[in-house]
Design a protein around this ligand. Structure first.
Ligand SMILES: Nc1ncnc2c1ncn2[C@@H]1O[C@H](COP(=O)(O)OP(=O)(O)OP(=O)(O)O)[C@@H](O)[C@H]1O
Length: 258
């Protein structure tokens, strides 16, 4: 999917681990949202990042994507220390994320939403809408299944369409590492299947995906590995089967659905 000139620079810096967190802690006043968290994500994997409500999953994504700076600890991307770098710099390096609460530009069409995502944090007006930008946006919309909605606005999309738009806007930044926050919430089982297929196809294109969910639902057919956190600490990591049978994980879920 690569179109950006920055990609060749990224490729030269490839390593087996695309992402490494070392002893990352994030505090909000007296609340410790992430507590000495360390894990690695291998290039090309799809990893499930699960944990009960309030475990620190979204805060971890915020620290990786540059929305928040960790209180202590380090984040390495392709072997380079990127701790505390601003979000726009990390987007250029190839890290994108989607949000649990969708954030489309409500006064723009679907096509414009995806086109504008290709030029993050720069001054850009629709009068500068270049043909190649529009062409690329069309390709992405087709890729995520929004080709029928190009001239509509986000409020005309069903919930599953808004998720696709969120993914499409992330793809507009041409990521190598895509962090996806709770994509399956509110989807029917058919929509979950289609979303799983979309994510698998992104991996086939060379992307690495980290997918948050509360539990394993929706993730089983998708992920190679799972990292589990509870109260901000990593409590387990392994294959989906290993995680499912892990007594520490079962205890964290207090008998609830894993
Ligand atoms: N900006 C903030 N200020 C204060 N506390 C925060 C802030 N953001 C998160 N927290 C707290 O940090 C902890 C972890 O929150 P986080 O949203 O990362 O968890 P989560 O695993 O993503 O939860 P959920 O699955 O419910 O989305 C929670 O106790 C939360 O209340």
């Amino acid at each position: 999917m690569s179109t950006h000139s920055t990609r060749s620079a990224r490729d030269t810096a490839q390593s087996a681990d695309i992402l490494r967190l070392e002893n990352v802690t994030k505090r909000f006043g007296s609340v410790t949202a992430i507590d000495d968290l360390s894990f690695t994500i291998r290039d090309g994997d799809i990893v499930g990042f699960i944990g009960p409500n309030g475990a620190g999953k979204s805060t971890t994504f915020d620290c990786v994507s540059g929305a928040l700076a960790p209180t202590s600890g380090s984040v390495y991307y392709r072997g380079e220390d990127v701790t505390g770098r601003p979000q726009h710099a990390l987007v250029r390096r190839g890290i994108a994320r989607t949000y649990q609460t969708f954030r489309p530009l409500n006064d723009r069409t679907i096509l414009e939403n995806v086109a504008l995502s290709q030029v993050p944090n720069s001054l850009f007006s629709l009068t500068d809408f270049r043909a190649d930008t529009e062409e690329r946006a069309r390709e992405i919309c087709e890729r995520v299944g929004l080709e029928e909605y190009l001239s509509q606005t986000p409020d005309e999309l069903p919930h599953a369409g808004l998720l696709r738009l969120e993914v499409g806007r992330a793809l507009g930044t041409d990521p190598d590492l895509l962090l996806i926050d709770e994509p399956f919430a509110g989807l029917t089982s058919d929509e979950i299947d289609q979303t799983v297929k979309l994510f698998c196809s992104l991996r086939e294109d060379g992307m690495t995906l980290v997918v948050i969910d509360h539990n394993m639902h929706g993730l089983l057919d998708l992920v190679d590995r799972v990292v589990v956190i509870s109260f901000g600490e990593k409590i387990a990591q392994g294959t989906p089967e290993e995680i499912h049978n892990d007594p520490t994980v079962q205890e964290a879920y207090l008998g609830g659905e894993l």
